[in-house]
Every structure is written in structure tokens, then in C-alpha cells.
Design a protein around this ligand. Structure first.
Ligand SMILES: *Cc1c(COP(=O)(O)O)cnc(C)c1O
Length: 371
């Protein structure tokens, strides 16, 4: 017996005997969409109170058989991550900052009273799946293989006073085109005054599925009002801007050489995005000052009218950097700048994508080579 059994988990490799035929795979990769098609394999690993992590496998992608009384179906003890593998022009296959996802997953497990997946095990799972299914990474800038690690509570029973005593960790992979379609078009956002995403002491800072379950009704309201995405405000005053749908927000002040960017600070109700963090670090290397701060809805509106806020964009793994062109809400709306993607937004987008696809220097060592 090892003193650290968790760090020694390895994965049994069971290659699929029924892979998607190459011609069918190529047809899928020509227009991958987002989150619709999955590769030939998945990673699974189980945890129980007595054994810790065990039974790690790379196995054929396929459904789970779960008892209807399985805890996750009733009390939503679930956690997920999202990151991408890219095929670079040189042919290399890389992931972007996977250690940051591993670390955030650990933070999430603590909040959700789940067992931690050791960082090295999390990374090994990702590397194995990406290496095994690398033929599923579509070529071309903007295209990627989206990786979805997640964990669910698997104890059978409806007892509600304690966390599950068993869990399943899984990683699946899905070829992806850029999330909001090719190129960068602006989105129009809806200020949600009826609903909040997260309150102090809640789960807003972790990637649990329940946060999304509670958000769909607000997203529907945004669409009913002719908008693309919800902007979440703080729970107490409904005044301070937090984030947009499943992405963090940045505000561009000024223009040209004096442009600077600001993103709402991590108060505990915002999700600490890895893209957000990357831009905070990357922007200063491009001569763009970057800071965390806070902004209210009235100040946002007024600063746009005064020409002080020139651009706004959202950022996240799935859609990278997405310009916001206009705002609407129960108390009226306004346009941001010209309503078109702005130069600071596009510069940051190009730089970040350039690092991911390997045609810009990677000063922070963010790119993690798999093959
Ligand atoms: C995942 C997520 C983000 C973005 O995080 P990235 O690590 O940049 O992908 C932002 N907000 C919410 C609510 C999220 O779930």
C-alpha cells in the first residue's frame, strides 16, 4: 500500500473496437459545430470512501447505466471543467493551461464536498484522451477539440443530509468550431434584473452544473427580448456587473495608446475564468494596462455615452473573446462604441488565439504539448 494511493492512479487502456469510420469522422470535422459530436473514447475513474480513486480507464465512448436513485439526479452534486486541445500549424497537438483547469477543479471539489482529483491524475487523463483521439482535432484556426472533464455523485439513495460516498470522474471530448460562428460578430446583452446567478456564500465561483440549471430561464428572457446573452448583476443591489452567461467581461477605457482594460474583481460570486486571467497577464505585455475593478450599470451606461468606455468584450474558453455591441434591459438600452468589434478587443483576441495556435510567442508557457 502506498501512502499516497491517489497520486498513483493509472489508466487501463481499452481501445474501441467500433470507431467512427474515417470518412464519417472527416465529414463531422468539416463542420464540427459545438458539443454535438464526440470522439471514440472517454476516460472514467471511480472513487469510493473505502478505496479512494480506482478503476481508471480509457475506454470506448458510451452511455452510463445508473440507478434512478443515484444522488446526482436528485441533488445535483456535480462539477465540470472546459478546456481545448489545438492542432497547431507545425502539426503539434497542445492544450491551453490545463494545470489551471486542474487547480480550479480541486477548488470546486472542496466547495461541492467532493473528493479531490490530484492535479497530475487530472492532467494524465486529459493527455491520454487527447493523444488517443488526436485524429478528432479539426484543423484550422478557431477549430479545436473541446475537453469536458466532469464528476458526478453516484451513491444510490435519497438521503439528503450528507455528500455521496461514491463518485465517477469522466472526461469526454468533442470537436468544436469557434463557438459563436466564424470570425467575430458582436453580441447584444440583456441586463437581468429579475434573476441572479450567484450570491455570497453560494456556488458562483465554481463550475457546477446547478449554476447553469438556474440560469436558463434568464437566458430565455434575454432571447425573448432580442438579445443573445444575459449579463448578471450582483445579488444584493442588482447594480454591479458580474459576468455574461458563461463568460467573464472586460471593459475597454479610452483608445489608441491610452487604452486600458478592466474586468470585475473576483468577489466570490464570479467564476474565475482562465481566459480572464490570461488576458489580465497578456494585455500589459502588449502595452495595454489591465486591472480588476468594479462597475455599476449606471456608470457603464454613462461612460459609453461620454465615449470613455469604447469597447466591451466577453471572454471564455468556448468563444475565446467575443465583442459586445449593445446592451438592453428593463430600463432601456444603449450601444457600445460603434456597435462593431473594436480594435483593442480584436488585438487581444488575435494575440490569444496566436498563442494557442502557435504562431505567436508564448511568454508565460501556457501551451502544454501533448503530441
Ligand atoms: C467557464 C466559465 C467562464 C469562463 O471560464 P474560462 O476558464 O475562461 O473558460 C466564465 N463564467 C462562467 C459562469 C463559467 O462557467
Amino acid at each position: 500500500m502506498s501512502a499516497h494511493p491517489d497520486t498513483e492512479i493509472d489508466f487501463e487502456i481499452r481501445p474501441s473496437q467500433a470507431r467512427v469510420p474515417a470518412a464519417e469522422r472527416e465529414r463531422i470535422l468539416a463542420a464540427p459545430g459545438f458539443g454535438q459530436n464526440f470522439t471514440d473514447h472517454m476516460i472514467t475513474m471511480r472513487w469510493s470512501a473505502g478505496r479512494g480513486w480506482h478503476d481508471g480507464k480509457l475506454e470506448p465512448y458510451g452511455p452510463f447505466a445508473l440507478d434512478p436513485a443515484t444522488a446526482v439526479f436528485h441533488y445535483a452534486q456535480e462539477l465540470f471543467e472546459g478546456l481545448k486541445a489545438y492542432r497547431q500549424q507545425s502539426g503539434s497537438v497542445v492544450m491551453f493551461r490545463p494545470q489551471a483547469n486542474a487547480a480550479r477543479f480541486i477548488t470546486g471539489t472542496r466547495r461541492m464536498a467532493m473528493p479531490e482529483v490530484p492535479e497530475e491524475t487530472f492532467l494524465r487523463a486529459l493527455e491520454l484522451l487527447v493523444a488517443q483521439d488526436k485524429d478528432w482535432i479539426p484543423e484550422g484556426e478557431g477549430n479545436s477539440l473541446y475537453l469536458r472533464p466532469f464528476m458526478i455523485a453516484t451513491q444510490r439513495g435519497l438521503g439528503v443530509n450528507h455528500p455521496s460516498d461514491s463518485y465517477l470522474f469522466c472526461v469526454i471530448a468533442s470537436p468544436a468550431a469557434s463557438y459563436f460562428g466564424a470570425g467575430a460578430t458582436t453580441v447584444k446583452v440583456w441586463l437581468s434584473e429579475d434573476y441572479t446567478r450567484a450570491a455570497p456564500g453560494g456556488t458562483g465561483a465554481v463550475k457546477c452544473g446547478g449554476n447553469y440549471a438556474a440560469a436558463f430561464v434568464a437566458q430565455q428572457q434575454a432571447v425573448e427580448n432580442g438579445c443573445d446573452q444575459v449579463v448578471w448583476l450582483d445579488a444584493a443591489e442588482h447594480q454591479w456587473v458580474e459576468e455574461m452567461g458563461g463568460m467573464n467581461l472586460y471593459f475597454v477605457h479610452g483608445s489608441g495608446a491610452g487604452a486600458r482594460i478592466m474586468t470585475p474583481a473576483l468577489t466570490g460570486t464570479l467564476l474565475p475564468g482562465i481566459t480572464r486571467d490570461s488576458l489580465l497577464k497578456l494585455a500589459p505585455t502588449l502595452g495595454i494596462q489591465a486591472a480588476e475593478g468594479r462597475i455599476s450599470v449606471p456608470d457603464w451606461r454613462q461612460a459609453c455615452a461620454a465615449g470613455e468606455i469604447t469597447e466591451v468584450f466577453a471572454c471564455g474558453t468556448a468563444a475565446v473573446v467575443t465583442p459586445v455591441g449593445a446592451v438592453d434591459g428593463p430600463s432601456g438600452g444603449w450601444t457600445i462604441g460603434s456597435g462593431e468589434p473594436g480594435p483593442v478587443t480584436m488585438r487581444l483576441r488575435e494575440e490569444l488565439i496566436g498563442i494557442q495556435y502557435g504562431h505567436r510567442p508564448d511568454p508565460f508557457g501556457w501551451v502544454h504539448k501533448v503530441a
